[in-house]
Design a protein around this ligand. Structure first.
Ligand code: PGA
Length: 246
């Protein structure tokens, strides 16, 4: 069985006092290192001061595919690993739509992250126009395939895939569990094809307006192994509830 994860994506939110408050009020049960938070990069060290007491692991929202050098504003995977980050999101739809990240960028970043010991959480998903044109599976499967070009895996926990339909992110519109499962099942088949030894065990998360009220139904689907959550991860109560369901 793939491991279940609950990952909170804080995006460009939370103040220093919000962070302190969040970790002091978090109530987690049965934590098996599968509850993760990604704050703004400038707050990773602050989160790492508070998180160990809760067992929550901390990661980044983005990284560079370069090693080091003249790349003003970028963040090196090695530096993230050095300060204790555990993972990094890659190719979130906001990175793709607002900052022009391509499938090729996603692939290069994923390779760099793995080589530095970070787990890439590779985000994929279709826009509403693509869904309306019946292109969902073509778009999502090609994003997954392109993200994984020339990536060899040694075990199933080296990568995580997050399916986040763009039309469901921050909109309050969640894909139905059936809509999400339809896509997850196809991603699963592709992963098994690409990685016969590990594909069946790679964790596939759903994201897009996940909240305590809908997480159980989503998790009841065979190929949904957790959530990538924006808005509902900001408050300790709702993130605790989401983790409990996981
Ligand atoms: P949301 O965001 O839960 O607020 O829809 C999810 C995401 O962007 O990862």
């Amino acid at each position: 069985m793939p491991k279940n994860y609950m990952i909170g994506n804080w995006k460009m939110n939370q103040s220093l006092s919000d962070i302190q408050n969040f970790f002091s009020q978090l109530k987690l049960e049965n934590n098996q290192n599968n509850f993760w938070i990604t704050p703004q990069s400038v707050h990773i060290s602050e989160c790492l001061k508070h998180a160990p007491a809760t067992g929550v692991l901390i990661g980044a929202q983005n990284c560079s595919h370069e090693d080091f050098g003249a790349f003003t504003g970028e963040i090196a995977c090695r530096s993230l690993a050095e300060i204790g980050a555990h993972f990094t999101l890659i190719g979130h739809s906001e990175r793709r739509s607002l900052y022009g990240e391509t499938d090729q960028d996603v692939n290069q970043k994923a390779k760099k992250a793995i080589s530095e010991g970070l787990i890439p959480v590779i985000c994929v998903g279709e826009t509403l126009a693509q869904r309306d044109n019946s292109q969902t599976l073509d778009v999502v499967l090609s994003q997954v395939k392109n993200a994984l070009v020339n990536i060899q895996l040694h075990n199933e926990s080296e990568i995580i895939i997050a399916y986040e339909p763009v039309w469901a992110i921050g909109t309050g519109k969640t894909a139905t569990p059936q809509q999400a499962e339809e896509v997850h099942a196809q991603i699963r088949n592709l992963l098994i094809e690409l990685y016969p030894d590990h594909g069946a065990e790679i964790s596939l998360l759903y994201g897009g307006s996940v909240k305590p009220a809908n997480i159980k139904e989503l998790l009841s689907m065979q190929n949904i192994n957790g959530g990538l959550v924006g808005g509902a991860s900001l408050k300790p109560e709702s993130f605790s509830d989401l983790c409990k369901a996981c």
